[in-house]
Design a protein around this ligand. Structure first.
Ligand code: TXA
Ligand code: MG
Length: 318
């Protein structure tokens, strides 16, 4: 069931469904999230089941802001400064849990949790509930992330109790996952907020992820974001029948033989490319093509997150 976020009863329906232990797909500024109560082992079990997600991959808990976060986790001064600057927004912080509160089945039993305050309709729902929501991206584990309500409906269908349609996501790639350590900040997953921006706002140096952090953030290891078609990156030519995923109206040899040409941003704007990325991967699949050739994308700003998603989408699959 899809309900527009502008419907008069949208907020009440979403809150009631969640309070009753149900799952609601909610629009956020990054991608659509599959939300359930972070404090309920039953809701969390339903999320893992609906996504077919391995339990070893922990979930982000979404809060309304710093005040709610402090009820569930302990915030160090640098994390608090980042949250003050960026929340609500595309920043996820890894923080130690307080006893009780967030159910440990959402963190793979760990005492560190991922916490973010999303913008948009999700923010209103969390504020009204006055409780944190566990919400991974609302797609089957390993598949393309959803940036529209239609993507969610096509992928999860009846596995979700309610889908709120807030239109296309304004950023289009997931939040940046950050861990503050004694000697600097580590980026565990590149995202909509650039690493340079994180370092600048934090006022401490960027450092590599600590030993064990990749195991802590297993969602960043495997093949992920995968379309049905295979993918070839940094393509300088197109072969007959391939879909070309272009950027900045580049001249690519063999373009005329492409099954379809989709340009992430003809004017070469990386934010526009991020917004279009997952929608265009969905569209490329709809052509039925067996291969997507992807033009080079600049590795700067949000381009780092775009290339991260493309590399995982192109990674060998089991
Ligand atoms: O923008 C986003 O972050 C979206 C929207 C819906 O908020 N959510 C999202 O969730 O992308 P998900 O579950 O698809 O990705 C969460 C990422 C994964 O890479 C996971 O491994 C990592 O965060 N993560 C979650 N909990 C963690 C923890 N306790 N420690 C380290 N990494 C964690
Ligand atoms: Mg995801």
């Amino acid at each position: 069931m899809i309900l527009p976020s502008t419907a008069p009863d949208a907020l009440t329906r979403a809150v009631d469904t969640l309070s009753a232990g149900g799952l609601v797909a909610l629009p956020t500024e990054t991608v659509y999230g599959l939300a359930g109560l972070s404090t309920s082992a039953g809701s969390i079990a339903k999320i893992y089941e609906a996504k077919r997600r391995p339990h070893t991959n922990p979930l982000i808990s979404h809060v309304s802001g710093i005040e709610m976060a402090e009820r569930f986790v302990i915030m160090d001064p640098v994390s608090r400064r980042l949250a003050q600057a960026m929340w609500p927004g595309p920043l996820t912080l890894i923080l130690p849990l307080r006893p009780g509160g967030i159910d440990r089945s959402s963190t793979n039993g760990q005492e560190l949790a991922a916490i973010r305050a999303p913008a948009g309709f999700a923010h209103q729902v969390i504020t009204r509930l006055d409780a944190p929501l566990a919400a991974p991206s609302a797609n089957t584990s390993g598949k393309i992330s959803p940036t529209t309500a239609q993507h969610v409906a096509e992928d999860l269908g009846a596995r979700v109790d309610l889908i709120i349609d807030g239109g296309p996501a304004s950023l289009g790639v997931e939040s940046t996952v950050v861990r503050v350590l004694p000697d600097g900040v580590a980026i565990l997953r590149p995202g909509a907020l650039s690493a340079d921006m994180v370092a600048e706002l934090a006022g401490v140096p960027l450092i590599g992820a600590g030993a064990g952090d990749n195991e802590l953030s297993p969602g960043t290891l495997q093949s992920h974001y995968a379309p049905d078609a295979a993918m070839r990156l940094n393509a300088d030519h197109v072969q007959p029948g391939e879909v070309l995923l272009n950027f900045g109206a580049r001249q690519i040899a063999g373009t005329r033989q492409a099954a379809a040409v989709l340009d992430l941003s003809p004017k070469g704007d990386l934010s526009e490319a991020a917004r279009n990325l997952f929608t265009y991967l969905h569209r490329a699949d709809e052509t039925g093509a067996a291969m997507i050739a992807v033009a080079p994308i600049p590795q700067s700003g949000i381009g780092v997150a775009i290339n991260d998603r493309l590399q995982r989408a192109a990674a060998p699959r089991d």
